[in-house]
Design a protein around this ligand. Structure first.
Ligand SMILES: NC(=O)c1ccc[n+]([C@@H]2O[C@H](COP(=O)([O-])OP(=O)(O)OC[C@H]3O[C@@H](n4cnc5c(N)ncnc54)[C@H](O)[C@@H]3O)[C@@H](O)[C@H]2O)c1
Ligand SMILES: [Zn+2]
Length: 284
């Protein structure tokens, strides 16, 4: 898809000289090979995401989660930042972008060099013990999973968003769930499941960043999830300029001052150029 130069100019005119907070969603990472939930391709394969209670209350829920994520994780962890993540990191070095509030759990903003990132929904590479609170890197847990379930990651599957993967229903039955190494307690990926709320410290950090800024840029989010959409609502209430870059419609379209239809991996580098903020000019 080609992008309209007039759109980029409108975006640059709106955002130039502002202190900008960026809200990103799954669409920011599709060009890194991580599927979104509600994009043109994924909507057709409507899935039933795991609910928080089904995970903590039910062994079968945990078997389902870990058996699938054991297959999905190796590919998820290899994802690399794309041109959209890189452009946002460049715009932070120029001072235009003050920080990113992300709904993504892939840590690709940090991998691209963004420094101030609020992870609204946590990160998949962190695993937390619900009994003792110990945090462990997902790679370590993966090692234990494969020791308990040799060869489990060698299955042919259909990869899904959030590091999940579709398995044949029968294969999950014999799966052994990993426990906390410190206390034997229940492990949970440190991400917000459906039916769980965002911790108040995280929400506070997001509002602090929001309050420091004059304008909001949304990148690659349908805004269907309220924990992200509330920033658009509040920006509208306070009459802060709102810009949206997305493929397809979003819940915030009616509130946007400028809306650019396009791939963020194309639009954001064009915005960097339009603002005269090339990476080389800020390399020092
Ligand atoms: N990468 C990740 O970490 C990841 C992936 C899937 C889901 N999630 C989780 O699921 C929830 C999904 O909500 P959401 O609003 O973030 O995502 P969403 O799937 O609801 O919306 C993504 C939007 O981005 C658009 N899009 C896809 N590719 C794009 C591109 N290259 N350029 C511009 N737009 C593009 C889609 O059309 C869609 O409108 C979040 O809460 C998030 O935690 C995270
Ligand atoms: Zn523990």
């Amino acid at each position: 898809m080609t992008i309209d130069a007039a759109d980029i100019q409108r975006l640059a005119d709106l955002l130039h000289g502002q202190r900008l907070v960026v809200l990103t969603g799954a669409g920011c990472s599709t060009e890194s090979g991580i599927p979104d939930y509600r994009g043109p391709e994924t909507r057709r394969k409507a899935r039933n995401p795991l609910q928080y209670r089904a995970f903590v209350d039910d062994e079968a829920g945990r078997v389902k989660y870990w058996s699938r994520s054991a297959v999905g994780w190796p590919r998820f962890r290899q994802s690399q930042p794309n041109a959209a993540h890189q452009a946002l990191a460049v715009l932070e070095t120029t001072g235009l972008v003050r920080g990113v509030i992300t709904q993504n759990v892939d840590r690709l903003h940090q991998a691209a060099g963004s420094r101030r990132v609020v992870e609204l929904h946590g990160a998949l590479e962190d695993v937390c013990c619900l009994a003792c609170g110990a945090m462990e890197h997902r790679d370590n847990v993966q090692g234990r999973i494969l020791a308990l379930n040799p060869g489990w990651d060698a299955q042919a599957v259909d990869f899904a968003p959030d590091g999940d993967a579709e398995l044949a229903a029968t294969t999950a039955q014999a799966f052994q769930v990993p426990d906390c190494v410190a206390c034997g307690g229940m492990l949970k990926p440190n991400v917000i499941f459906f039916g769980e709320s965002v911790p108040s410290e995280t929400v506070d950090a997001a509002w602090r960043l929001f309050d420091e800024c004059d304008a909001l840029l949304v990148v690659g989010s349908s805004l269907a999830v309220y924990s992200g959409y509330r920033f658009v609502r509040e920006a509208a209430r306070r009459r802060k300029p709102i810009a949206i870059i997305n493929l397809g419609e979003t819940r915030g379209d009616g509130e946007a001052w400028v809306r650019v239809e396009g791939r963020c991996g194309t639009v954001l580098p064009a915005l960097v150029d339009a603002l005269g903020a090339s990476p080389s000019s800020f390399a020092a």
